[in-house]
Design a protein around this ligand. Structure first.
Ligand code: WTA
Length: 649
């Protein structure tokens, strides 16, 4: 790990809303007296009825998390209506299409119009407060309209990333018992079309067999492709919104009414529906957006995530719009039409704050500096990173080449479950160390614990827990509160367990070391190894499968699959290709296996438990350090696995 320290630049400090002493003072207040601290900061959003209660949370027993629980508000109102007087004509969303010639600017007033019309279309088709609406969309402005329209009428959105397969989409429709779907004819990414409507039709067929009852599909025209049309079920967005009224009063929502469900992968079972609620989430998303990026009125802000992930929810849509920002939505990919695209867009729209993922940085770093240095990037002031640990080499490149040594990098650690950023530098307050997410945000109390749950002090390594609640925290797993308790609060009593390992150095800086459970992080996309395994064993030729992550230069982690075939099935390269295709069909292209090794046997304990530690080591090509294999039922299988390993350096 790099020992370099980058001091806060003087101009960043002078400009910043939070300097070091304010950080220290606010942080101490937020920990010593969370009630008073959040009572004050809860006022950053508008309330129809102010809260009198601030924090009512317990990580013990049934685990109950409530913030601002008697307040009434509306997220769409806070992201749109309250800005209309002052900034109705300011651009809310800059949309940059996949094709560099394609862009569009949407003012707050236009956003209001679009969201109200869409909300009315949903209402006219029977969508009510509390109903679950599935959004399966490309990165077009209508995706943001859809989110805000749901929030406006109190419907709960569940966004499914456009890269997921019909099967994965179906599972999420069924779990949420969603009756209304918003999609698009096709998506467009890197010049390639994504058949969203075709996938939706397939997903509905699959979901129907599992009891789902989808009443309507609202279809936004993106490419104009000729798509199958189900009369009575499918609704053409353009026609419907043209006819709808542009007035729609925002629903009065309780602070603890659900805002959205977002499915995410864990170490076991199917993806779980992370549930976020209204008041605390918006307070936290908007506050972190303002201070972590040191956002000032008039700034142009760009987060390159997709709205299908939590980063898109909190830091493309809700946080920035609640702050009245201009947020850029990008439809395309970093290397199309060329690896200069990001920086060309930065220049074109004069972006001040830029937030992306390490995997993109590494890929662009590999494409050479010329693509960067031929652009100006003078508008840039703050750079951000999210999704996985950023290696110091990528950090230095981002800092030196992209940011011309001027721009602080905020390496933000957080999770779908946390709703917003928890550990991060603040650009005008915290000295940087490449590879470290540095210090906790206000109200966040990290603890490192050992395997027995003992809290470790000082410079140490441990499992990262958070000792007390913050307003943006998830409230439950949709439909399965027991799973919520089991997953996050059972390993260490009275604490939220993140699933991440972490080191704290002598300066109190946090260094996230990666997941300590069976979750892998592939190009910043979070995936349960169990999901890939169950996709593999669903193939007729596979009797057993074990999946682990291994270090990958660009993706962070790659997917390594050990596959045992059914008796009589011959291993072949053809079969490998077929298995890759099969996993893509079951989950989506983001889950494509990188390596498949046919394994006559898997290393198991005498009680039949697969020893993943050994499989990880072999996948890493680090089998000199296998540790104790004496508890294996048949130690000989390890020799075979080593001999036929796929990842030789
Ligand atoms: C990892 C994404 C190191 C971590 C917002 C976490 C990170 C998981 C960082 C959550 C970071 C995210 N440094 N690791 N700055 N940010 N992670 O739910 O392992 O898609 O648990 O949320 O990504 O992924 P998720």
């Amino acid at each position: 790990m790099s020992a370099a320290v980058y001091k806060v630049p003087q101009d960043a400090e002078a400009r910043a809303k939070i300097n070091r002493s304010t950080y220290e003072q606010w942080y101490a207040e937020s920990i010593d007296n969370p009630e008073a601290f959040w009572s004050e900061h809860g006022k950053r959003i508008d309330w129809f009825k102010p809260y009198t209660k601030v924090k009512n949370t317990s990580f013990e027993g049934d685990v109950s998390i409530k913030w601002f629980e008697d307040g009434l508000t509306n997220v769409s109102y806070n992201c749109i209506d309250r800005h209309l007087d002052k900034r109705g004509d300011q651009v809310a969303i800059i949309w940059e299409g996949d094709d560099p010639a394609d862009d569009k600017k949407i003012t707050y007033r236009e956003l209001h119009d679009a969201v109200c019309r869409l909300a009315n279309v949903m209402k006219d088709n029977g969508v009510k407060k509390g109903d679950r609406v599935t959004i399966y969309m490309p990165m077009i402005a209508e995706a943001a309209y859809a989110m805000l329209a749901c929030a406006r009428i109190g419907a709960i959105h569940s966004i499914v990333f456009g890269g997921f397969s019909p099967d994965a989409l179906a599972g999420r429709i069924v779990d949420a018992a969603s009756t209304f779907i918003i999609t698009s004819d096709e998506g467009l990414r890197g010049g390639k079309k994504v058949p969203l409507k075709v996938n939706t039709d397939k997903a509905i067929e699959i979901a129907k067999k599992q009891g789902a009852d989808v009443a309507n599909v609202l279809v936004v025209k993106r490419t104009g492709a000729d798509v199958a049309w189900h009369e009575g079920r499918d609704i053409a967005y353009e026609e419907a919104v043209a006819k709808a009224s542009a007035t729609c009063e925002p629903e009065q929502m309780n602070a603890e009414d659900p805002l959205f469900i977002l499915y995410t992968s864990g170490s076991t079972g199917k993806p779980k529906g992370v549930l976020h609620t209204t008041g605390g989430y918006l307070v936290y998303a908007s506050m972190t957006h303002e201070y972590v990026f040191d956002y000032h009125d008039g700034d142009i802000y760009w987060c390159t995530a997709d709205v299908g992930w939590v980063t898109g929810h909190s830091y493309i849509v809700y946080g920035p719009l609640a702050n009245g920002a201009t947020t850029l939505m990008f439809e395309g990919v970093p290397n199309y039409p060329s690896p200069a695209r990001f920086w060309e867009v930065v220049d074109k729209h004069q972006v001040n704050i830029f937030y992306t993922a390490p995997t993109a940085i590494r890929a662009l770093m590999g494409a050479g500096n010329d693509h960067v240095t031929k652009t100006s990037r003078e508008s840039l002031r703050t750079l951000g990173s999210v999704g996985e640990p950023i290696n110091p080499e990528a950090w230095e490149w981002y800092y030196n080449i992209v940011g011309d040594k001027r721009c602080p990098i905020v390496d933000t650690w957080w999770q779908t479950e946390t709703g917003g950023i928890l550990i991060t530098p603040l650009p005008g307050a915290i000295d940087l160390k490449p590879g470290s997410a540095t210090l906790p945000f206000f109200g966040v109390k990290p603890e490192l614990v050992d395997a027995e749950g003992k809290v470790l002090e000082g410079a140490t390594d441990g499992n990262l827990c958070i000792a007390d609640s913050w307003p943006g925290q998830m409230r439950t797993v949709y439909g399965d509160h027991e799973r919520f308790i089991q997953t996050y609060f059972s390993a260490y009593k009275g604490k939220y367990f993140t699933g991440d390992g972490c080191r704290r150095d002598a300066d109190g800086y946090y260094w996230i070391t990666g997941r300590v459970d069976d979750v892998i992080n592939v190009s910043g996309h979070r995936m349960g190894t169990a999901e890939v395994e169950s996709a593999l064993v669903a193939h007729e030729s596979v009797s057993e499968a074990a999946v682990v992550g291994y270090p990958h230069d660009v993706k962070g982690q790659g997917i390594y699959c050990y596959v045992t075939l059914m008796g009589g099935v011959e291993p072949s390269d053809e079969l490998k290709k077929d298995l890759v295709k099969h996993v893509r069909n079951e989950i989506g292209p983001i889950a494509s296996p990188d390596k498949i090794q046919f394994a006559p046997g898997l290393p198991k304990t005498r009680s039949g438990k697969i020893m993943r530690r050994i499989l990880r080591k072999i996948a890493e090509d680090d089998f000199g350090a296998l540790g104790d294999t004496s508890t294996l039922a048949d130690p000989a299988v390890v020799d075979d696995l080593i001999e036929h390993r796929e990842n030789r350096k």
